[in-house]
Write a protein that binds this ligand. Structure first.
Ligand code: GDP
Ligand code: MG
Length: 176
């Protein structure tokens, strides 16, 4: 048997948020540990898979990227189907992307399964000198909507990306 094909848990996680916040970079970083500047939109990319070892359990994380559909602020309903969790990303240098977060939460509530685990990430933390969203404001919003957590990430500087997925994996194990 191929060791890669065995796992204790398989979770489907969808990544949403406004265009250009860095979703594709985050998922690519998670997959390979390598940051590549993306110029083109994600076309034809469905999902990436990576296995994590969490408390002695093998967890397969299937992470879905939006393929650029989010530019229209709506994503096909099928994208939400059978997701165990959602990560909503904003760009902490662009306030408008943070103000869109409630829109994305409502989309999840409309199309996703009941009680999906939702985590919020403020990406581009390496651009701290251009920050337009306070971490405390993100925490307040997370609390208001009952989100799992907020983490500030940088796909560019490798900050907190693995932590996002580890935290999510732990929570999903606890709930399943
Ligand atoms: P998406 O539309 O949400 O998938 O965003 P992309 O992943 O395509 O990234 C949009 C732009 O932001 C690209 O030019 C990336 O190189 C840049 N970017 C993504 N993540 C980061 C980050 O952590 N820091 C900085 N400085 N730029 C980033
Ligand atoms: Mg993208």
């Amino acid at each position: 048997r191929a060791p890669d094909e065995t796992f204790d848990y398989l979770f489907k996680i969808i990544l949403i948020g406004d265009s250009n916040v860095g979703k594709t970079c985050v998922v690519q970083h998670f997959k390979s540990g390598i940051y590549t500047d993306t110029q083109q939109n994600t076309i034809g990319v469905d999902f990436m898979v990576r296995s994590l070892e969490v408390d002695g359990k093998k967890v397969k994380m299937q992470v879905w990227d939006t393929a650029g559909q989010e530019r229209f602020r709506t994503i096909t309903q099928s994208y939400y189907r059978s997701a165990n969790a959602a990560i909503i990303a904003y760009d902490l240098t662009r306030r408008s992307t943070f103000e869109s977060v409630p829109h994305w939460i409502h989309e999840i509530e409309k199309y996703g399964a009941a009680n999906l685990v939702i985590m919020l990430i403020g990406n581009k933390a390496d651009l701290w000198d251009k920050r337009h969203v306070l971490f405390e404001d993100a925490c307040t919003l997370a609390e208001k909507y009952g989100l799992l957590a907020v983490l500030e990430t940088s796909a560019k500087e490798s900050k907190n990306i693995d932590e996002v997925f580890m935290l999510m994996a732990r929570e999903l194990i606890a709930r399943n």
